[in-house]
Every structure is written in C-alpha cells, then in structure tokens.
Design a protein around this ligand. Sequence first.
Ligand code: FPP
Length: 227
Amino acid sequence: MANNILRHLALIMDGNGRWAKRRGLIRTRGHERGAEVIRDITKYCAEHDTIETLTLYAFSTENWKRPKYEVDFLMRLLDRWLEKELPTYHKFGAKFETIGNIEVFSPKLQRRIAMVKEETKHYTNVTQIMALNYGSREEIVRAVSRLNRKGEEVTEESLSRELDSPYSDIDLLIRTSGEQRISNFLMWQISYAELFFTDTLWPDFTPRELEQIIAQFIDRDRRFGGV
Ligand code: FPP
C-alpha cells in the first residue's frame, strides 16, 4: 500500500486565456482571476502538514512572444499583486522566492520582488517559489557554465546545487487546462515526479481539487527505478 509523502508540489497554471474567452472577457481578466487562485492554493499548502515547497510557473522565457499589452499587463499584475498580497504572505507564514532571470524586469518590479523576499524570508509554513522569466534549458545551461567557470567537475550533485532552484526534487507536478506538456519547466527536477493533468482551467482550480489529486498521489506506486 503506497503512502507517498508530498513535500514539493509544482504547478503549471494554464488556461487563463480560455477561461476569459469562454466568458466573453479579454484574456487579461483570466490572468487576474488566476492570480486570486494562487492565494487560495498557497494558503492550502501553508496549512498542509507535509508540503514544504510550492513552485509556480508564472512567466516562462517563451511568454515574451505574447502581444506586448499582455506581457506589460502580466508585469504590472505581478507588481500590484505582490504589493497587495504581502499581508497574506505574513498571515500564511509563507516565504516568497523566485527562480528564473529577473534581471530583465523593470527596476521597480525587481525592487518589489526583493522586498517581498526580504520581508518573508523567515517563514517556514511553505516556501512559494515563483518561476519568473524561467526556462529549464536556460537554467541548466547557466548552471553548467558557472561550474565550468569555477573549474568544477559537472556531476549530478554539483549541477543540482548550481541550479536556480537547488531546493529539492519535485514529488508532484500538476498542469491544468488539459494540455499534456512540460513546456520547459523544471526538467531536471521532475525526473521522478508524479505527473497529473487536469482539464480544469487554472482560474477554476480549487484547493478541493488539489486535495483530490494529492489523495491519488499518496496512493501511487513510486518505485524510483527500483522494483
Ligand atoms: C497561462 O494561461 C498562464 C500564464 C501565462 C501563467 C500564469 C499566470 C497567472 C496565474 C497570473 C499571473 C499572476 C501572478 C500574480 C503571478 P494562458 O494565458 O496560457 O491560457 P490559455 O492557454 O488558455 O491561453
């Protein structure tokens, strides 16, 4: 009887645009609603007994290809959201972290990100890692380059340490909206993760559905290559 422990959960939050379109709304309304869901899911994870880390795919290196107004909107939304949500990070005891290259963001947004990290760094109920301007291939290439520059041998251990996200392997990855792709997300870290795909669009995703998926995860037979 399996009894898996979920420590690190990762989410590909997909379907905001379709959610909005189905309601005759502009796509950005879907992103606004999607941001609210992040709060509910973070609260759930902070209160969960075993979840230590929640990694969210918020903006990929490929997302720059979207129309400029949508990219600008997402940047402003992130800034406003971090400003508005800081009290909830305090309330939930959630530590905010990021992975990905944020140096290309506006100085204002970078300052906001740094401030929320600083203010929440002592919290331990959950670490919420937002992947921002993140791409897994780029992360791996940057890590290997750093090891080369330092003259260090590239091994599984040294490379794992050198990644933007030297946290822990992912136990469970969920993608919403029916797409069954990884889309350059944490490819190194999901080597042994259990994968779940749900048709629910991200703005409709709830802690209740997450709980149901976790119940299935707990019962899955994880062998890590053994028998
Ligand atoms: C995918 O929906 C969603 C994203 C671009 C990333 C997730 C973004 C959010 C949840 C909102 C960001 C808010 C904060 C505060 C980080 P999509 O637009 O690809 O949907 P579609 O596939 O239906 O078009």
